[in-house]
Design a protein around this ligand. Structure first.
Ligand code: HEC
Ligand code: HEC
Ligand code: HEC
Ligand code: HEC
Ligand code: HEC
Length: 245
């Protein structure tokens, strides 16, 4: 597959963007520097995964690496994470009625899958922030995976000592999950089973399309942890945003 290089403008945007204050990540489940505090255990940040001292760099390219292209180092274009080795091997949802078949998820969904497919450790970032002292590296580099081994969060997170992490582990078989990375079928009234979007970015209620595609971040906003499961719209009206039936 040919991977398009992201434009410099786009890279600048994502790095500059990361400098702005997006506060709400802090203290949320995606705040890896804050998980010890949140959970009141000392067993995670700095032990099971590296504490980089910045909550943003687990996803965003650090500000001081601004303009660098993570994809030349095997990263997901525009993001500070590696492309999962399995990215071409995801079993994506498919069905007879699907309008658009997709072979591999787009970068913004690979970002999510790079943790949630459970194949790579959560601290496996392309760039480390400048201030980070590698002698303080974690002893373990653990994966978001329910497995009962030292490589997996499931070692602790299996429901007794800590909540089970299995439900957050999407895996590489996405056939039971909502289809992603396909062109939105409601564009230009192409398929009457789908509502046309309200604007170029998606829908007035906040449900967002990326380059006219449906991605993980279409339904979830990791920057708004105050709502149940980070959903942009409550589960009761989420589906009918797009599906007319
Ligand atoms: C779990 C991954 C993740 C972490 C951690 C994260 N972000 Fe983001 N960030 C995203 C995603 C995904 C988007 C794109 C969201 C969109 O398009 O709505 C984004 C977008 C942004 C934007 C663009 C504005 C917007 O809402 O579109 C800013 C600014 C930003 N992040 C700043 C930060 C800062 C500052 C931190 C650390 C405090 C941080 N992010 C941590 C995933 C993350
Ligand atoms: C952002 C728009 C959007 C939202 C929100 C959305 N869907 Fe979808 N859904 C789609 C698109 C686009 C397809 C694939 C259509 C195609 O290419 O044929 C699809 C496909 C599906 C399919 C597979 C249909 C088939 O033909 O095989 C199911 C099932 C489904 N969605 C259920 C849901 C449910 C349940 C919800 C709410 C939790 C939901 N969708 C929310 C856009 C959306
Ligand atoms: C750096 C690793 C990492 C990345 C990247 C990441 N996540 Fe997560 N995500 C987590 C962890 C850890 C949790 C909490 C797991 C738990 O509570 O057991 C989580 C939880 C969630 C939850 C459940 C929240 C809740 O309140 O229970 C959703 C939904 C989610 N992530 C979606 C996303 C989406 C969408 C993206 C991409 C934009 C993404 N994640 C990227 C690590 C990550
Ligand atoms: C040494 C044991 C241990 C390991 C390893 C571990 N955790 Fe935890 N974690 C805990 C304990 C104990 C709690 C507090 C109880 C709870 O929330 O279930 C906790 C809480 C959490 C919470 C906070 C839940 C909340 O809602 O406040 C998240 C998120 C989390 N862990 C994610 C992870 C992830 C992701 C990994 C693997 C990368 C991981 N943990 C590895 C022991 C561990
Ligand atoms: C069409 C909307 C939609 C898309 C696209 C979508 N999700 Fe979700 N997601 C939901 C809804 C609704 C729920 C809650 C109900 C459920 O579990 O099915 C959910 C639940 C979750 C959970 C939490 C499971 C739990 O119950 O704690 C995680 C983690 C998650 N999604 C991650 C992702 C990732 C990663 C992607 C992309 C690969 C993705 N989602 C794509 C709508 C969506």
């Amino acid at each position: 597959m040919k991977i398009a290089k992201p434009s410099i403008a786009l890279l600048l945007l994502t790095t500059l963007a990361a400098q702005a204050n997006a506060g709400t990540i802090l203290g949320s489940k995606h705040d890896f520097t804050g998980l010890n505090k949140r959970a009141q255990v000392a067993a995670m940040s700095g032990v099971a995964f590296a504490d980089y001292g910045s909550a943003c760099v687990y996803c965003h390219i650090p500000a001081e690496k601004e303009g660098e292209d993570s994809s030349t180092l095997g990263g997901i274009p525009g993001w500070n994470r590696y492309t999962p080795a399995t990215s071409t091997a995801y079993d994506l949802y498919d069905s007879r009625t699907l309008d658009n078949k997709v072979r591999s998820p787009s970068p913004i969904s690979l970002l999510c899958l790079s943790c949630h497919d459970g194949t790579m450790s959560v601290d496996m970032t392309v760039f480390k922030p400048d201030g980070w002292d590698s002698s303080k590296d974690a002893s373990l580099h653990v994966r978001l995976n329910g497995g009962n081994d030292l490589m997996s969060c499931g070692k602790c997170h299996k429901g007794d000592a800590a909540h089970s992490i299995e439900i957050k582990h999407i895996g590489t078989d996405l056939q039971n999950d909502h289809p992603i990375s396909m062109q939105y079928a409601g564009l230009n009234n192409r398929d009457m089973d789908y509502r046309p979007p309200d604007n170029d970015w998606g829908f007035d209620n906040g449900v967002k399309l990326y380059d006219s595609r449906v991605e993980c971040a279409t339904c979830h906003n990791v920057h708004n942890p105050d709502v149940n499961l980070l959903l942009r719209v409550g589960a009761d009206s989420l589906c009918e945003t797009c599906h007319t039936k």
